[in-house]
Design a protein around this ligand. Structure first.
Ligand code: PYC
Length: 322
């Protein structure tokens, strides 16, 4: 049995501006179950279904809507430090780069003996983290790959969106634009139109995560002199990533590598929509790349979650008892 999530401990952090909430057991450590055991418990008729009151731990009124929750699980093997399951307010994620960095920062803040290198088990494969001497945290992601290039989508507003479909632990539709980023609102409206076109045209990717292309990354020229590109990443719950998006940057590196636009181990500096930065590099694999993403995370709070069954906002929706 997975311990009830109510009354559990949490630590909040942000990674380059994007919030992470690490969920801990009541003793302040990992839950007793491994990731596979948690997934088995929450899989109903073959579909992973996070209980609504658990999803709601990443949403208003309990958290900022951009929050990604990271449930800390017991490791399933001796080489792993822990397992972790990520979700946002609307759905479970495959991997989450900024939250991996946030989790490593959280574990380091709780344990002076937390190692400089550690392996985390995620739903889509193992990732390794490294604490760097300057305080930043890097992670080597699961294998990322370009699935399809120059895919065209007809937008309901007229016009065509042309982009690459790539995997970086989540599936991304990546559209490069030559203009600078406009306001957050304008980019959100534009990226949402692309997300609706993906749905309308039933565009799907490879087998991972059932081929669901649930993230849209718009790529712009950078506004920072020390960056190579800026992005606006629309997440499945309609929020945008304040960080440069670890899985999105990994997917982009798979795309630029396949296009011969960046050499292995060459530095790529990815600016986010709000102006924060990840540094990234890749090594080649037979099918794609292993991207290493580096950024900063900061602890911003910790406490105890209170789950009141009489709270009409318990599931994130307003439900008055009838
Ligand atoms: O950093 O990979 C990431 C991410 C995915 C969704 C929000 N952040």
């Amino acid at each position: 049995m997975l311990p009830r999530v109510r009354f559990e401990r949490f630590v909040d952090s942000h990674t380059e501006g994007e919030p992470t909430r690490v969920l801990l057991s009541s003793s302040g450590g990992p839950f007793a179950q491994t990731l596979d055991e948690v997934l088995a418990r929450w899989t109903i008729d073959g579909v992973l279904t996070i209980p609504p009151e658990v999803l709601a731990l990443a949403a208003h009124p309990r958290a900022a809507d951009a929050t990604v929750c990271a449930l800390l699980c017991a490791p399933s093997k001796a080489t792993a430090h822990c397992g972790v399951l990520f979700w946002n307010a609307s759905a479970v994620l495959g991997m989450c780069g900024h939250a991996t960095i946030g989790l490593a920062r959280t574990l380091a803040s709780m344990d002076p003996k937390f190692p400089s290198h550690a392996l985390f088990e995620t739903r889509v494969g193992d990732v390794t983290i490294e604490r760097r001497a300057d305080g930043r945290i890097a992670f080597a992601n699961i294998e990322s790959r370009l699935h399809a290039r120059d895919v065209e989508l007809a937008l309901e507003t007229g016009g065509i969106a042309r982009g690459d479909v790539a995997w970086g632990g989540n599936w991304f539709f990546i559209m490069r634009l030559e203009r600078p980023m406009r306001s957050l609102h304008e980019e959100s409206v534009f990226a949402s139109a692309i997300a609706r076109a993906i749905e309308r045209e039933h565009l799907r990717a490879g087998p991972e995560n059932n081929g669901l292309i649930d993230h849209v990354a718009l790529i712009f020229p950078p506004s920072r002199h020390d960056a190579d590109a800026r992005n606006f990443v629309l997440c499945p719950n309609g929020t945008f990533d304040r960080s440069p998006c670890g899985t999105g940057t990994s997917a982009l590196l798979a795309s630029v590598a396949a296009r011969g636009q960046l050499a292995p181990m060459q530095l790529w500096r990815q600016e986010s929509a709000i102006g924060s930065l990840f540094e990234a590099q890749y090594t080649l694999t037979s099918r794609g790349v292993i991207a290493t993403i580096c950024g900063r995370a900061f602890i911003i709070g910790h406490g105890t979650l209170v789950d009141s069954v009489s709270d009409p906002a318990r599931t994130g929706c307003w439900e008055e008892p009838v």
